[in-house]
Design a protein around this ligand. Structure first.
Ligand SMILES: Nc1ncnc2c1ncn2[C@@H]1O[C@H](COP(=O)(O)OP(=O)(O)O)[C@@H](O)[C@H]1O
Ligand SMILES: [Mg+2]
Length: 256
């Protein structure tokens, strides 16, 4: 199983939209995928109609020594796409984790995922706009990091900080972390600021070639709780997510 962490310190940059659509499109390419909602807001779980109660999601993975993965993994409405949910229980769970003086705190997700690594080809982890112990767990478990970036006035705010943190995790905790790439989301090519902003990002950071264009239907598909790649497969955003997944698969040379 190859694990992709979708991360940005900023909210609203399309982390959840990207996680859901990348995961869904990977299933369309014939892979078995586990989606992990690693944000206490539970948007990813809601997006796939799988909200759960506190104590029935990733919070268990953070606190239990032997999390019961069979119980924590739920099927979704889509073939070959399963999910581990998140809810506000993750807040208390993380407080418990950082008070735990005995067990290591950063490798709990990695260890839990190892239990099911032969059942899936890919794991996609959606994260909170934060660097907390949950996000560090995602980075410790990941092979690849994809950073959705929305071009706006303060796009680059937090980017260097995030990349520093990723480097520290790679050096201290996860030498297996391979690819770290940004990709541009909600892109409007007729917007001069977007054109220039995208150039700056591409100059400064390793960036995927594919940009995800802005599509009005994304908001609607989010509201309908259906991946836009299924809801409106011909929309610009859905097409771009398909191309992004191809670019990603080329980059890693197919799955391991
Ligand atoms: N390509 C896109 N075109 C238009 N709207 C988008 C696109 N991607 C995401 N959005 C919208 O942007 C908002 C934030 O997206 P979301 O995935 O929840 O971000 P995050 O998880 O980073 O907070 C949502 O309302 C979503 O519908
Ligand atoms: Mg989100």
């Amino acid at each position: 199983m190859r694990t992709i962490a979708i991360i940005n310190l900023k909210g609203g940059v399309a982390k959840t939209t990207s996680s859901i659509n990348i995961a869904y499109i990977l299933t369309q390419r014939g892979y078995k995928v586990l989606l992990v909602d690693n944000d206490k807001q539970g948007d990813c779980s809601r997006g796939l109609n799988r909200r759960t109660q506190d104590g029935d999601g990733i919070d268990r993975i953070m606190v239990d020594r032997h999390p019961d993965m069979d119980n924590l993994i739920h099927h979704t409405d889509y073939a070959n796409l399963d999910i581990i949910t998140a809810n506000l229980g993750l807040l208390t769970a993380n407080t418990e984790v950082i008070k735990d003086p005995i067990r290591p705190q950063q490798d709990r997700l990695k260890k839990a995922l190892q239990q099911v690594s032969d059942k899936y080809d890919f794991c996609v982890v959606d994260n909170a706009p934060d660097i907390n112990v949950s996000v560090i767990n995602a980075l410790t478990a990941a092979n690849d990091v994809l950073i959705p970036v929305e071009v706006d006035d303060n796009t680059l705010e937090g980017m260097d900080e995030l990349l520093n943190q990723i480097t520290v995790v790679r050096e201290e905790l996860n030498p297996g972390l391979k690819n770290i790439h940004c990709f541009i989301t909600k892109y409007q090519k007729f917007n001069q600021a977007h054109l220039q902003g995208a150039e700056i990002i591409e100059e400064r950071y390793p960036t995927m070639k594919t940009k995800i264009r802005f599509s009005g239907v994304v908001a609607r598909s989010t509201f309908m709780r259906v991946p836009v790649a299924l809801h409106s497969p011909r929309s610009a955003a859905a097409e771009d997510y398909g191309i992004l997944v191809n670019e990603y698969l080329d980059m890693i040379g197919g799955k391991e």
